[in-house]
Design a protein around this ligand. Structure first.
Ligand code: 3PG
Ligand code: MG
Length: 399
């Protein structure tokens, strides 16, 4: 669905523009430093365009889940490190408006802004009203800006976040312009094209831990793709559902239950691995490749070499490849081979290649193939939800 974009907003010189970004970035657990700045870099074209047009920018984002964090972890969830990283990447000093998300100090900081200035609001989730889509909180934010831009693709599926829904609704009620930024426009355009008219054959590679989380996504994919190749931890839910012994691999019963109705497609649209790398629980250096039952005391950690070769061949002859979820425990170098090989095969094939999901994007970056993909989405849950065709309340606020 095409939405009003930044370029449709006209002259914004001298205007203050609220820009909802998704700077919910991974942080170093000890220092709180930004570990991966991809989501910040992805929003820069929008910010730069606004500044070049003579606007000033009030950027805002959530960071982590402070409502669930310990007091210690919460300290790292202020926007200070993110503001510094954002400023460094943008080449402009970015000030954090205040330690409060909204209030007199923020209003004063905004009133003093000049064209070309950028400020970042404090972590939106520090105010509990953010996740309640609270109208008074939204009105206070909306009052700061002359226009609103949603460039937070990764959060577009959150229907109850004030900054995503009630804030643009409040600007709409006041007759102020709203648009999607370049990142959101690009994500929507690529995923729309992917689902509407994919180059065939179209294959999807699904990994990650939980079948139960992705069941709706899998069901939509099965209506679209020619083949769905399974990897990652969810493999063992399928294996267990088929009566294969999965050794010491820990799979919750609900995962087996979720996999069961999909078994009818195995061998047709759904392709399961035929071999896997297993490691001894408690001694991860002890590994072996196996087919069939996993020996007692061992757990599955990666797809095996035969499966890797079969999947790489499928990728080579595909017209479109969608990938969501690592196929092995890639954070451990010894178990990264399957995931690295999938990334490499996708990087060197002639297909349209789209990667979605935070962990998968991280893997592709780790192996330095991100620039070789047609598109690496900044969305995790949002990517899945958009592919599933879920309507987003956030986008409904933009004409
Ligand atoms: C994400 O990373 O999924 C988005 O930033 C949304 O964050 P949330 O999952 O905590 O709502
Ligand atoms: Mg999420």
């Amino acid at each position: 669905m095409a939405k009003k974009s930044l370029d449709d907003l006209g002259d914004l010189a001298g205007k203050k523009v609220l820009v909802r970004v998704d700077f919910n970035v991974p942080l170093d657990k000890k220092t709180g430093a930004v570990k991966n700045d991809r989501r910040i870099r992805a929003a820069l074209p929008t910010i730069r365009k606004l500044l070049a047009g003579g606007a000033s920018v009030i950027a805002m984002s959530h960071l982590g889940r402070p409502e669930k964090a310990t007091a210690d972890d919460r300290k790292h969830l202020t926007m200070d490190n993110v503001a510094a990283k954002f400023g460094e990447l943008l080449g402009v000093t970015v000030k954090k408006a205040s330690d409060e998300v909204v209030g007199p100090a923020v209003s004063a900081a905004v009133a003093a802004m000049k064209p070309g200035d950028v400020i970042l609001l404090e972590n939106l989730r520090f105010d509990p009203r953010e996740q309640k889509n609270d109208p008074a909180f939204a009105a206070a934010i909306a009052a700061l800006g002359d226009a609103y831009v949603n460039d937070a693709f990764g959060t577009c599926h959150n229907d109850n976040d004030a900054s995503m829904v009630a804030v643009p609704a409040s600007l709409k009620a006041a007759g102020k312009p709203r648009a999607v930024g370049y990142l959101v426009a690009k994500e929507l355009e690529i995923i729309d094209a992917l689902m509407a008219a994919p180059k065939r054959p179209m294959i999807a590679i699904m990994g990650g831990a939980k079948v139960s989380d992705k069941i709706a996504f899998i069901q939509v994919l099965l209506q679209k793709v020619d083949k769905l190749l399974i990897g990652g931890k969810m493999t063992y839910a399928f294996l267990k559902a088929r009566g294969v012994n999965i050794g010491a691999t820990r799979i919750a019963d609900e995962e087996v239950i979720a996999a069961r109705p999909l078994l009818a497609e195995v061998g047709k649209q759904i392709v399961l691995p035929t071999d896997w790398v297993v490691a001894a629980t408690g001694d991860l250096l002890k590994t072996q490749v196996c087919e069939g039952d996993i020996p007692a005391g061992f757990e599955g950690v990666d797809i095996g070499p035969t499966t890797t070769a079969v999947y790489a061949e499928e990728i080579k002859t595909a017209g479109t490849v969608i990938w969501n979820g690592p196929v092995g425990w890639f954070e451990q170098a010894a178990f990264a081979r399957g995931t690295a090989s999938i990334a490499e095969a996708m990087a060197s094939c002639g297909a349209v290649t789209v990667v979605g999901g935070g962990e998968t994007a991280e893997a592709v970056e780790q192996f330095l193939f991100d620039d070789k993909m047609t598109h690496v989405s900044t969305g995790g849950g949002a990517f899945l939800a958009y592919v599933e065709g879920k309507p987003f309340q956030s986008l409904a606020q933009i004409d």
